[in-house]
Design a protein around this ligand. Sequence first.
Ligand code: AR6
Length: 199
Amino acid sequence: MTGSSSYSLIKSGKNHTIIVKALLYYRERMGTMEIEIIQGDITELKVDAIVNAANKSLLGGGGVDGAIHRAAGPELKEACRKLNGAETGEAKLTKGFNLPASYVIHTVGPVYRDGNHGEADKLKACYANSFKVANEHDLKTVAFPAISTGIYGYPLEEASKIAVDTVMEARNTATSVEKVMFVAFDDRTKGVLENQLAY
Ligand code: AR6
């Protein structure tokens, strides 16, 4: 494309309006996302989506996964069956059924071995892909548990840094998400998340 043709594109009234609208739209959706830490039970939150720290079967388990399935009721398991499982780092959406949350984003965190088996990249993918799914469905409020830090044994400080850094990165993109909540089930998780967010 020559310089003059790009100039005429911008100068032409209609295209100019489109470009300005696109820029405004991008600005509106960027950089305004709130981040909050709350302590409590994620199943009680009335948000657009709660994220589930699931296993590859997506059919339920212990920890936060068990709590979400119990609170959502048996329809959640039926909906999950249709998803045919997920790989570590992937994220898939279902409705929330009996939960106050409208949707559940199921993601599979890595089992922590020694940190040399791609755990960090996989955990990062959980947050990034959950965020992507939320954006694709135009969701505005999303609550994350501390993925992989329970039964899957990920060291809390490292996992919290990845969680906060990945959400901060997503904050700088055009997204439907207006508010992210990090849900700490216990005091220690809350403290570590607060320290991470302070940097
Ligand atoms: N609300 C918020 N956070 C919770 C809740 C709750 N109701 N219950 C537990 N947590 P975990 P993982 C916290 O073990 O390490 C399941 O069997 C918990 O204190 O739930 O990713 C799955 O099926 C911890 O901080 O998930 C998988 O097999 C965090 O949630 C496996 O566990 C994550 O702990 C996944 O293990």
